[in-house]
Design a protein around this ligand. Structure first.
Ligand code: ATP
Length: 234
């Protein structure tokens, strides 16, 4: 059974429809990339899954159970954690305080401790007493990932984790992915960097104008298919 599935998922902002019947699934431990141009609806899909946007219960299922109408804190308790676009750290709190906040909603006996996060991103241990504002963009992204992991998620949603970062920093952040997947967690990567997304994901979904236009195993998808799914051109 899929870990998470969406069924004809719709979303709108006021009168503006942003998702038109999205069907998606991710299996336990799987890594799925979601790609698509600006405005395709990727972030809206993440907001819907995390309960920030309201849904009908049956539109989203976790382990077969309808969770579409649950509020964000309950979704987090059920094991879906988000690394939001723009990181959204608490700027006046230190690295360690940000991480500990992530651990306030913890599931199970805990796969992730503070020490585990510091092993994953050693620079954060050196900077653990620094406020969020004193960190580089890459370090902030590491804190945002660590904060989400501290809830021991079954599914980690990463929204544009490479956005605005230097290639060498992106490489360091992506180097953490195998350790995260080794805990058995499934990962959804919303990515603008298609090459990188395809190099790490098992499967890819492409979205355009609020719809899924392509889903394929990452190793089999062609450049032409992606181009068509991205821009709607054959
Ligand atoms: P990006 O890569 O730019 O983040 P995206 O694929 O994540 O793009 P969304 O942010 O989900 O796209 O936006 C989907 C559509 O919904 C866009 O047309 C966008 O303008 C609109 N939209 C997003 N957030 C809001 C909002 N708060 N109010 C109104 N419309 C919104």
């Amino acid at each position: 059974m899929a870990l998470l599935s969406t069924h004809a998922l719709t979303a709108q902002y006021g009168q503006f429809k942003a998702l038109f019947g999205v069907d998606l699934h991710i299996d336990p431990g799987e890594c799925v990339a979601i790609i698509g141009a600006n405005g395709a609806g990727k972030t809206t899909l993440m907001r819907a899954i995390t309960g920030v946007l309201k849904n009908a219960p049956e539109m989203i299922r976790l382990g077969g159970e309808p969770i579409g109408a649950l509020p964000p804190d309950r979704i987090l308790q059920r094991g879906i954690a988000m690394v939001p676009e723009g990181r959204k750290l608490f700027p006046s709190l230190t690295v360690e305080e940000n991480l500990l906040i992530g651990g306030q909603v913890r599931r199970g006996s805990g796969r992730w401790s503070l020490d585990d996060i510091y092993r994953l991103f050693p620079i954060l241990k050196d900077r653990r007493h620094s406020p969020g504002t004193a960190l580089s963009g890459g370090q902030q992204q590491m804190v945002a990932i660590g904060r989400a992991l501290m809830s021991n998620p079954e599914l980690l949603l990463c929204d544009e984790i490479s956005l605005g970062l230097a290639p060498v920093v992106i490489r360091d952040i992506y180097a953490a992915l195998p350790a995260i997947r080794a805990t058995g967690a499934a990962v959804i990567l919303v990515e603008q960097d298609i090459t990188r997304a395809l190099s790490v994901a098992d499967r890819v979904y492409c979205m355009m104008e609020g719809r899924v236009t392509l889903t394929a195993p990452a190793g089999q998808v062609t450049r032409e298919a992606i181009h068509a799914a991205y821009f709607g051109a054959a």
